[in-house]
Write a protein that binds this ligand. Structure first.
Ligand code: HEC
Ligand code: HEC
Length: 300
């Protein structure tokens, strides 16, 4: 009896130590992200510090069920919203670390940046319109009604990340990393680099890889299951910036998991190769950039 009790207590202690040690070594392994960042006002004056919340904190919220549903929808979009998603992607394939990683298309400021004027649609849009933009382009699918529970849940998740920010303030971390957009792309060189650095996960034909349950483990980069030509990721320099600062996914972790971030020219060449591969058309493309100049890397 005694021996069992001692063994149990010892086991529990070891387990606790193991968890503590693991957390110490790899604090953000499940969602690599900056822990604190400055909160800035419109002029760039520091107003305070923003702390990126962990998913565990959702439990204590008054709207925990909706925020948790939003989190799931952003991670498992293709499976949970088959009527609205027309490819095999999930939102967080491009919005890294559940939308919490600087330079990885984070959602930290999304909750307070809208409504705002955007050159692509040429009008003021709200956050639900912005999400629907990604549904129609990045997800090659159909928009959600603004009051649909799934839309409300995704908005609630983004507003939770944005908690405590007064209107007009923002978290300092940028959504996209810098890239030298004066570099000329060499897609033939990009093809060679793609085969060496990307194909192992994303497939030789950019088709991605599914896991045993049929869900996408490594998302497709081109073909029918990928984003359409109207997506931000279809633009050469946006894709290059994303790849440079986020790919492979451990690129920005500290050693031993991390590694050096790739050179701008490599990212531009690889992006030139995969963005130009066959992908779905975007029916609404004729309505884009009607009032503002088209970016030089637009596909149409
Ligand atoms: C193929 C990549 C990709 C996928 C998939 C994707 N997005 Fe995006 N999203 C982007 C990029 C790139 C931007 C940056 C702006 C742009 O398009 O130029 C963006 C911008 C946004 C923004 C604006 C953020 C801000 O701070 O202004 C929101 C919100 C958003 N996406 C939500 C979603 C949601 C919700 C989904 C899933 C339904 C989704 N995205 C799927 C690539 C993607
Ligand atoms: C170790 C596997 C791995 C490697 C290698 C890798 N990726 Fe990814 N990539 C991922 C995963 C996983 C995601 C989805 C985001 C996430 O879950 O972190 C992703 C997402 C993407 C996306 C956005 C989603 C989409 O389908 O469009 C692009 C673009 C991308 N990777 C390009 C590249 C390029 C280019 C390379 C080579 C330089 C590369 N990746 C190397 C695993 C990998």
């Amino acid at each position: 009896m005694m021996r069992w009790a001692v063994a149990l207590a010892g086991g529990a202690l070891l387990a606790a130590l193991a968890v503590a040690g693991y957390r110490h070594l790899y604090p953000d392994l499940d969602a690599p992200m900056a822990r604190t960042m400055a909160i800035l006002d419109a002029r760039g004056t520091v107003l305070g510090q923003y702390r990126t919340p962990s998913a565990e904190e959702i439990r204590g919220l008054p709207n925990a069920d909706s925020v948790m549903l939003g989190r799931r929808l952003l991670n498992e979009t293709a499976r949970l919203l088959p009527d609205n998603v027309g490819n095999a992607l999930n939102c967080n394939a491009c919005h890294m670390a559940e939308g919490k990683r600087p330079l990885g298309n984070h959602y930290l400021n999304a909750g307070s940046r809208y409504p705002r004027y955007m050159p692509r649609p040429g009008r003021e849009i709200d956050l639900a319109d912005r999400i629907n933009g990604c549904l129609q382009r990045s997800m090659n699918g159909r928009p959600l009604a603004k009051d649909a529970p799934a839309m409300v849940a995704m908005l609630d998740y983004m507003h939770w990340l944005n908690r405590g920010l007064v209107p007009g303030s923002r978290v300092a971390g940028l959504t996209e990393g810098p890239i030298d957009s004066t570099l000329s792309p060499d897609p033939a060189r990009g093809q060679v680099l793609y085969a060496a650095q990307c194909a192992a996960c994303h497939g030789a034909q950019g088709e991605g890889q599914r896991d045993a349950s049929g869900d996408m483990a490594f998302p497709p980069l081109w073909g029918d299951d990928s984003f359409n030509i109207g997506a931000g990721m279809a633009r050469l320099y946006k894709a290059a910036a994303f790849v440079k600062h986020n790919m492979p996914p451990a690129a920005t972790l500290e050693p031993p998991l991390g590694q050096a971030v790739m050179a701008d020219q490599d990212a531009v060449d690889i992006a030139a190769y995969f963005t130009a591969q066959p992908r779905p058309d975007f029916a609404g493309k004729g309505k884009d950039w009607q009032h503002d100049p088209k970016p030089k890397d637009a596909r149409y």
